[in-house]
Design a protein around this ligand. Structure first.
Ligand SMILES: [Fe+2]
Length: 483
């Protein structure tokens, strides 16, 4: 074992300050590999068949200007399980910007910490930043869509080869962008999304039908430009957000990226029928906050219940250099929280599910998106300046029980979606799969845990011959979906 962290900055930015999101467990890797015959500690369950995919930023060239965690080029890491064997693969998402920089052999874009003036091109909303498709991976209609947090083109990937197949424009029916976290209803085959931007319309909401074309799209009124990150669906509705954290417009006019949290404004949640028109949206008010991620939502009598990871004070705690402020802004500090929107009275009630623990990147049994779910599987966020996921947590809505597994000192994981075992009958009848990277060793592995007994620790560990940098969102694709 080596004494010091092995990973050093291999890609620097121009700030001159060491950026922790380019170092250690966050440092990008440069090789795209396919690895078979991997060493396994324990035994891979034979009823775990499918592929675990995780997206994340992986800066390819030294950045023009300062680097922000959200700037790196999208890279998808995948572990494919079949009959007790595992195969690892990592590939860049070959976006238009990625191809342009490949041809130039250098960075052509500045990131979100700098003015975008002079960047070659941006998204269809006129935001001149590099759409890196680095944020989430969504499985829909046989393909994986890599998405970007500020709204961009969804890029379609083959779920096994990870080859980038191109921009997914839904049979030429997509006219704008798509946000990071579209929702898929497996029962109907529909995909629900929104896009947003600094100019009107500030928010658009749409539905892709089971046939793969956009069948519904409406412009929604907001009081100004907002920064919504996620949404929810229920059996009959979609839920969109108007939260009081937004771009400082004066700063934006000067080309600077600055966020303002207005604690005098309420949070607003817009409930709209799935194929509803703009005037059919009903807004429910709640205490001011910011929300990155929804756990799930469902209908219960006259109410809509929505569980989220809620940030009560989305303001940076640090002052000082731009890097310090960036780290402070980025630091996840969220609590599991429940809203109930009463469709009869128009009133909202809200309460903590867990007031004590900072957990994020929630997952559920994806087959139940929009329907009542018993379990949520989150990552626990380490108390540190940089985002590090030091364990997994399972919340039980019925008993209120909270089960946790800690990866161990200096070991950090990824979002861990529920992977049902073949023939699964329940929401915890299967596994959680996560990449785990060891900060001191500079090594990575996949861990497989029983979703019913997280505390027991991994059933199997599959060693990967390359480090997997920490990243953003993940998904599980079952083998029956791959056929
Ligand atoms: Fe996200």
């Amino acid at each position: 074992m080596r004494e010091q962290p092995t990973a050093v900055a291999t890609v620097m930015d121009e700030s001159g300050e060491p950026n922790p999101y380019l170092l250690g467990v966050h440092a990008p890797v440069h090789e795209q590999i396919t690895a078979v015959n991997l060493k396994v500690i324990g035994e891979i369950p034979r009823d775990l068949n499918g592929v675990y995919l995780r997206n994340g930023p992986n800066a390819r060239y030294p950045m023009k200007g300062r680097y922000h965690w959200f700037d790196g080029d999208g890279m998808v890491h995948a572990m494919h399980f079949e009959n007790g064997r595992a195969r690892y693969r990592n590939r860049y998402v070959r976006t238009r910007a990625f191809e342009a920089e490949s041809a130039a052999g250098e960075s052509l874009w500045t990131g979100v910490m700098e003015s975008p003036k002079g960047n070659p091109f941006g998204n269809t909303r006129g935001l001149n930043l590099k759409d890196s498709a680095n944020t989430d991976v969504i499985f829909h209609r046989g393909k994986v869509l890599a998405t970007w947090y500020l709204c961009g083109s969804p890029y379609s990937l083959d779920p096994l080869s990870l080859e980038t197949l191109g921009v997914e424009n839904f049979l030429n029916t997509l006219t704008g962008d798509v946000m990071a976290h579209p929702k898929v209803d497996e029962r109907t085959g529909e995909l629900f999304w929104f896009d947003y931007g600094p100019r009107e319309p500030y928010l658009r909401y749409g539905v892709v039908g089971a046939g793969g074309a956009v069948e519904h799209c409406v412009e929604l009124d907001l009081p100004g430009a907002r920064l919504p990150h996620d949404m929810a669906i229920t059996e009959n509705h979609a839920i969109l957000m108007d939260l009081p954290l937004f771009q400082d417009l004066d700063a934006a006019r000067q080309g600077r990226h600055k966020l303002t949290f207005d604690r005098e404004l309420p949070s607003r949640f817009g409930v709209i029928p799935r194929r509803g028109l703009a005037h059919e949206i009903r807004w429910f008010e709640a205490r001011p906050c910011y929300i990155y991620h929804v756990v799930n939502a469902w209908e219960y009598g006259d109410e809509i219940v929505m569980d989220v990871c809620r940030v009560s004070r989305p303001v940076p705690r640090g002052t000082g250099s731009p890097l310090t402020r960036m780290l402070s802004y980025l630091k996840l500090d969220a609590r599991m929280y429940r809203y109930r929107f009463d469709l009869r009275t128009g009133r909202t009630s809200e309460e903590f599910v867990d007031e004590d623990h900072n957990t994020e990147f929630p997952s559920i049994d994806a087959r139940k998106t929009g329907n009542i779910t018993r379990y949520a599987y989150n990552v626990s966020v380490k108390d540190a300046d940089v985002n590090l996921f030091d364990g997994l947590v399972r919340y039980d809505n019925v008993t209120g029980e909270r089960q946790a597994y800690h990866f161990g000192e200096h070991r950090y994981g990824s979002e861990a979606p529920f992977a049902p075992r073949d023939g699964a009958t329940g929401e915890d009848d299967g596994y959680l799969v996560t990449f785990v990277t060891d900060e001191r060793e500079g090594t990575s592995e996949v861990q497989i845990l029983s979703a019913a007994d997280l505390a027991a620790g991994p059933i199997a560990r599959v060693l990967i011959p390359q480090r997997v940098p920490l990243g953003f969102h993940a998904t599980w694709v079952r083998s029956d979906q791959l056929r």
